[in-house]
Design a protein around this ligand. Structure first.
Ligand code: CA
Length: 129
């Protein structure tokens, strides 16, 4: 199985950034579903069962941490936080609630892609959750 088959769910309320991420992942062979709120993100996660979720923390309706917690009640799907929040307490909170990786904005596109490949590989090896 190649990464070309992977479906990425992007939960990001900034429409411009959501578009940048969509273009980035589609250009690298991923299928993309995008949501702009925590609620839509949780609904899309259940509907599409993505291979990887990328979640912003500053969402308009709820904190992105709630998306992570919600997904973790039913799925081990890899979750990568993409946030402008750099505080250690935020990163620890994300990891302790089920995030698999944490990337700080502004981010490096090659590094984000590499981290997504890494969590997808760990998932494929049965090393996650
Ligand atoms: Ca945001």
């Amino acid at each position: 199985m190649t990464e070309a088959m992977h479906l990425v769910l992007i939960v990001e309320d900034d429409a411009g950034l959501q578009n940048v991420l969509r273009i980035l992942f589609e250009a690298n062979g991923y299928r993309v579903v995008a949501a702009g709120t925590a609620r839509d993100g949780e609904d899309d996660a259940r509907r599409y069962n993505p291979d990887v979720v990328i979640v912003d923390l500053g969402l308009p309706d709820r904190d992105g941490i709630e998306v992570i917690k919600g997904n973790r009640t039913w799925s081990p799907m890899p979750i990568v936080v993409l946030s402008a929040r750099t505080a250690e307490t935020q990163r620890l909170k994300a990891f302790d609630n089920g995030a698999d990786d944490y990337v700080v904005k502004p981010f490096s596109s090659p590094e984000l892609l590499a981290r997504v490949r890494a969590v997808a590989r760990r998932q494929a090896r049965g090393l996650l959750p």
